[in-house]
Every structure is written in structure tokens, then in C-alpha cells.
Design a protein around this ligand. Structure first.
Ligand code: ZN
Length: 345
């Protein structure tokens, strides 16, 4: 048996508990059992907690998509890692055999699954993953930082670098700075030499974003977002807009895009139904694109940037595993600035 953060039924944070559950065993020759030292929460964990259409969970369900830890045991054909290695986990598991996998686009895999959503998660003393999901992490990176990194930075890297093809000198507009993907997008945009405009309803979060290098900050509760973006871009708008909010922000997102700009959608935390005025879309010739998670090449890129100290996640708070419910409550209240980490003893 092992200790794990589990959900006993769908509902709110009151359903989160720390339980003894069976320890995972190696199944295939390419499996690896990793003992996470830390895991991190994502908005996805709240969706899993609440229940997702089309995804069936067996209870107790082990939570968590993000994690980093030590390799414990390896299957007989594993060559990538060995017991004792420090690794960072790619939360996306792909089949390796479908057309998308063969073409190197693992996040488009026919059976793409995520740790903590479709497969038992990382907030446990052990988790089973394919060896392809393990990436070395040097000891210059703390367990907390390593655990806080994968999902948010993989998502933000694919959407800005691969999908939007963000170039130096362009302006990126990012909603809701404080969330994991938003902060990752800020860090990546700066690395790529872009100018950044961020929003929040909290002046304290905007002040912290400024210290991380945000070029312009907008309080979307107190200020007119469209007017402010026009003002700071001298009427041009932002070449790239990152929207993971959905219903509440979509129409404004479409008004702050520059002509020929790109809107990248990677989430819908306030709801999936949106309205688009297609006349504006063709007249201003902007592109709307979707992006989710990332492929192995992209994971390799972000893992390297973390190892070399070029990108670092912001850690909001670290909770011991036994207090995981308080960690989930903090996420549900949206108070965090950065990632909420769960330390696994
Ligand atoms: Zn596949």
C-alpha cells in the first residue's frame, strides 16, 4: 500500500483526502515506477474533482498531473532511466503507434491521456509512467520547482513558440496573471523577446507580475481592457492573445488582437460557449487556434530550458501531503500567484 491524495466521489474540495491505496506495479517492459517527491495542482484537478463529461473515474482516484521524483523500479526493456535517477514527468501519455504519434504529435494522439485525469496521478508515494515520460532534472532545480513546471510550461511553450510562432518585438496579451499557464506564458514571452501585457482583478498580483517583467499591467475589474490595450500598443493591438478563460473573456480577446494577429485558446475555465463576429475575423485577418499540452520535442525543449536555468516556475505555496485538501481549497478560491505544490515525504 501507499499514501496518496485521493478523491472518494465527485464534488468539491471536501471530497479530497489522504488515503492508503494499492501501490502501482510495473505492467509493461517500458514502464517505470517513480516515487514523486513533490506534485503540483492545476485547474484540471478541479475539473476532475467536479467530474468531466466522458471521463469515468474509479474511486478512490489518485489526483495530480504534475510531479517530479526519483525512479524506483524500471521494466526490463527500459533504457532511458535507471533506479535513483531524478526525473520530471511529462503528464501526457500517448500510444506511440497512431498516425499522430508516428508523426511526432503526441498531444494529438488518438488515445492521449493525462496523469490524474485518465490515469492515476502524481500526488502519491508512487506512480507508474512509460519511460518516454521521464526526463532528467538536475539537482540545481528543487523538487518543488520541478513539480511546478511541466503542465503549465509545456502548454505555454506549444501555444506561444509552436502555434503562435511568437517573434521578438511582438506584443503578447495574457489574461489572469497568477494562473500557472499565464505565468509560464509571461516567462516564455520574455525569453522569446516579446513585449507583454497582463491582466488581473488584483493589484497585488499585477505588482508581482511587474517584478517578473510584465511590460504593461491592466486591472480587468477596474479598467477598460480594450482601451488600455489600444493605448499601450498605440492603437495596434496585441499580435498574440492567450485565452484560457473562455466565455467571460472571448469577445474582449477578439477586440484586442492586432490585424493579422493570432488568438490561442488553451482552456475555458469560465465556460466553453463563446461568440465570434466572423466579419471582424476576416476583415482583420486574424487567426484563432487551439492548443493543448505538447509533443515530446516540445517537452524536451522546456526540460532543457529548466535544467539550464533559462525558465523557472513561480511557486505560490507548498503544502505537506497530509494537508492536500487545504491546497485544493486554495486553488478553488483562485488566490494563488503561481503553482500550488504538494510535498510528498
Ligand atoms: Zn498515439
Amino acid at each position: 500500500m501507499m499514501r496518496a491524495v485521493t478523491i472518494r466521489a465527485h464534488g468539491g474540495p471536501e471530497q479530497v483526502r489522504v488515503d492508503d491505496v494499492p501501490r502501482p506495479k510495473l505492467q509493461g517492459p517500458h514502464d517505470v515506477i517513480v516515487a514523486p517527491r513533490a506534485g503540483a495542482l492545476n485547474h484540471l484537478d478541479l475539473f476532475v474533482l467536479g467530474g468531466l463529461p466522458g471521463v469515468t473515474h474509479t474511486f478512490p482516484w489518485v489526483m495530480g498531473g504534475d510531479g517530479a521524483g526519483l525512479v524506483e523500479t524500471v521494466g526490463e526493456q527500459v533504457t532511458r532511466v535507471k533506479p535513483g535517477d531524478r526525473v520530471l514527468l511529462n503528464p501526457g501519455v500517448s500510444c506511440g503507434g497512431c498516425d499522430f504519434c508516428l508523426g511526432g504529435e503526441q498531444s494529438l494522439c488518438d488515445t492521449y491521456s493525462l496523469l490524474g485525469e485518465h490515469l492515476p496521478g502524481t500526488l502519491a508515494e508512487a506512480v507508474r509512467v512509460p519511460e518516454a515520460n521521464c526526463y532528467p532534472v538536475p539537482d540545481t532545480v528543487s523538487w518543488e520547482e520541478a513539480a511546478a513546471y511541466p503542465l503549465a510550461f509545456l502548454t505555454a511553450w506549444r501555444l506561444l513558440a509552436t502555434k503562435a510562432q511568437l517573434k521578438a518585438g511582438e506584443t503578447v496579451f495574457i489574461w489572469g496573471i497568477g494562473g500557472g499557464v499565464a505565468l509560464a506564458a509571461l516567462a516564455i514571452a520574455k525569453l522569446l523577446g516579446a513585449r507583454t501585457i497582463v491582466t488581473s482583478s488584483s493589484d497585488a498580483k499585477l505588482a508581482r507580475a511587474k517584478t517578473l517583467g510584465a511590460d504593461a499591467c491592466i486591472n480587468h475589474r477596474a479598467q477598460d481592457v480594450v482601451q488600455e490595450v489600444r493605448r499601450v500598443t498605440e492603437g495596434k493591438g496585441a499580435e498574440v492573445v492567450v485565452d484560457s478563460v473562455g466565455t467571460k473573456t472571448w469577445e474582449t480577446s477578439l477586440k484586442v488582437i492586432a490585424r493579422s494577429g493570432r488568438l490561442v485558446s488553451c482552456g475555458a475555465t469560465t465556460g466553453p460557449q463563446v461568440t465570434t463576429d466572423v466579419r471582424r475575423m476576416f476583415w482583420h485577418q486574424y487567426t484563432i487556434m487551439g492548443s493543448t499540452m505538447g509533443n515530446r520535442r516540445e517537452f524536451e525543449a522546456i526540460a532543457g530550458l529548466l535544467a539550464r536555468g533559462r525558465l523557472r516556475p513561480v511557486v505560490d505555496a507548498v503544502f505537506p501531503m497530509e494537508e492536500a485538501r487545504a491546497a485544493v481549497e486554495r486553488l478553488a478560491r483562485g488566490e494563488q500567484f503561481g503553482k500550488i505544490v504538494v510535498r510528498i515525504a
